[in-house]
Ligand binder design. Structure first.
Ligand SMILES: NC(=O)c1ccc[n+]([C@@H]2O[C@H](COP(=O)([O-])OP(=O)(O)OC[C@H]3O[C@@H](n4cnc5c(N)ncnc54)[C@H](O)[C@@H]3O)[C@@H](O)[C@H]2O)c1
Length: 446
């Protein structure tokens, strides 16, 4: 008999993980306190856009392996709990662990006997210890086997990353519990092999290397202690954010000197010690992870009395990019102060606009008195919570381009990269500011 799974938090991580685990044959309860999200999932859909996810959710609901609910009763019969709730940043940059401890509280009050408690959310190093202590103080009869299993999925290729994960980090103290968690992902891996041979292309739509399913399962499984696993996750994100900020810093040097930054990083990235990934300058990083993971690690380090200057500078460099692009727009501002913005999500392949630099740019330009027309293939609904009626929402990117003197590419969606510039009526268009370096200058100017 397979273990009974409960996933708490039906967001980007939890819904994707639960749908995949349910597809691999596990009875998977999915709990969220947000009734709206649970109602949508019950109807066999995802409440956000992610390639291939709707199909997985539907098959989970149809097979009755995926059981969405707002009730916590299933904790009574749960063998393995995956905690996937949010860990947003507080105003001072530190991680807000309120949701994390709400889950711990439910476990302490509802679960009985023994439970394997897996933390998938990104938490500061040391959190696992605190959770174990907290639960023990509320329910000393409950045996909690705590495992840190940080999630590495990227929005935009979340399903792909969950199925074809390139590493599985399992941090714990109890070898049996760690093996049971490993078994769940081994089953996912086995299911993925069959599924891969079925060739469902849409799951890999936005994956950067869809043909590469990586190392064999055993070689990509890393078993370490809880604290190391906690630190692996935030270190990975902080380093990637650092790379982007560094690329942006160099891009400013290139701008002032006539160097072509794309050519520079193409050459720099050929050095295998460095590699090309994440050396893409542009409007900067955003989303639900990088900003809070960088500030959370900075804060955690400072609380330990350490100097976290490098990460602070990366954050500042990132923040400066929206101003840098806004100043460019202002410097070429047409008399009518109208501007078209292509892209609102924080990156392509997702409808997520949390801490999106594109949204920050729109807000900045609105503040400066611009009339802003926006386009995005997926993010209008979520962007409306941020921008309301302050902008014009245009479904057709071509109309945005043709009806403005200035257009900014703020998110590198494929549809913008694939624009056939030879078919654009240029009677109005004067400037295309490609803030993602995703189009070919020659094509745009032709
Ligand atoms: N989004 C990503 O790309 C990504 C990638 C890797 C890791 N992570 C980490 O995973 C965690 C979750 O991120 P996310 O993007 O899925 O967040 P999210 O905000 O999309 O989802 C979190 C969900 O938890 C629910 N929730 C909050 N408190 C709850 C409670 N007490 N009981 C039940 N449900 C509750 C919320 O309603 C929400 O639906 C975070 O720690 C994040 O840093 C995210």
């Amino acid at each position: 008999m397979k273990d009974v799974i409960t996933v708490v938090g039906a967001g980007y991580v939890g819904l994707t993980a639960a749908s995949v685990i349910a597809s691999a044959g596990y009875k998977t309860n999915l709990i969220d306190v947000d009734e709206r999200k649970i109602e949508i999932i019950k109807r066999g859909r995802s409440h956000f856009f992610e390639a291939g996810l709707d199909k997985l959710v539907k098959s989970g609901i149809d097979s009755e392996n995926l059981i969405p609910t707002t009730e916590f009763d299933s904790l009574k019969e749960t063998d393995i709990l995956f905690s996937c709730v949010g860990t947003p940043d507080r105003e001072d940059g530190s991680s807000n662990l309120d949701y994390i401890f709400q889950v711990a509280d439910k476990v302490a009050h509802i679960s009985s006997g023994e439970i394997i408690y897996v933390q998938k959310s990104t938490v500061p190093v040391g959190t696992g210890k605190k959770i174990k202590k907290y639960i023990a103080s509320k329910n000393s009869d409950l045996k909690v086997k705590y495992v840190s299993n940080p999630e590495f999925l990227r929005e935009g290729s979340a399903v792909y990353d969950t199925i074809f994960f390139d590493r599985l980090v399992i941090g714990g103290e109890d070898l049996e519990a760690m093996s049971k968690v490993e078994k769940v992902f081994k089953d996912v891996d086995e299911w993925a092999k069959k599924y891969e041979s079925n060739g469902y292309g849409d799951y890999v739509l936005y994956a950067s290397h869809p043909d590469d399913s990586g190392l064999p399962f055993e070689e990509k499984t890393i078993k370490i202690n809880i604290e190391s696993a906690e630190l692996v996750k935030v270190t990975s994100n902080a380093f990637l954010a650092l790379k982007i900020s560094f690329a942006n810093n160099i891009a400013k040097v290139a701008d002032k000197t006539g160097a072509n930054v794309k050519e520079v990083f193409d050459a720099v990235g050929m050095d295998r010690r460095i590699n090309r990934s994440f050396l893409y300058p542009g409007l900067g990083w955003g989303g639900g992870c990088f900003p809070k993971d960088v500030s959370g690690l900075t804060k955690a380090g400072e609380e330990l009395g350490l100097n976290m200057k490098i990460l602070k500078e990366a954050y500042e460099e990132n923040r400066s990019m929206v101003d840098y692009v806004a100043d460019r727009v202002i410097s070429i501002s047409p008399k009518n102060k109208e501007v078209g913005i292509l892209g609102l999500s924080f990156k392509p392949g997702t409808s997520d606009v949390r801490k999106s630099p594109a949204i920050a740019l729109v807000k900045k330009l609105l503040d400066k008195g611009f009339k802003v027309t926006v386009n995005d293939p997926e993010a209008f609904e979520e962007a409306k919570h941020e921008l309301g009626e302050s902008v014009i929402y245009e479904d057709d990117p071509k109309k945005v381009i043709e009806n403005h003197e200035i257009v900014v590419i703020a998110t590198d969606w494929k549809v913008y990269k694939d624009t056939d510039w030879s078919k654009i009526n240029r009677s109005k268009l004067k400037y295309v500011l490609d803030a993602r370096n995703c189009s070919d200058k020659k094509d745009v100017e032709s």
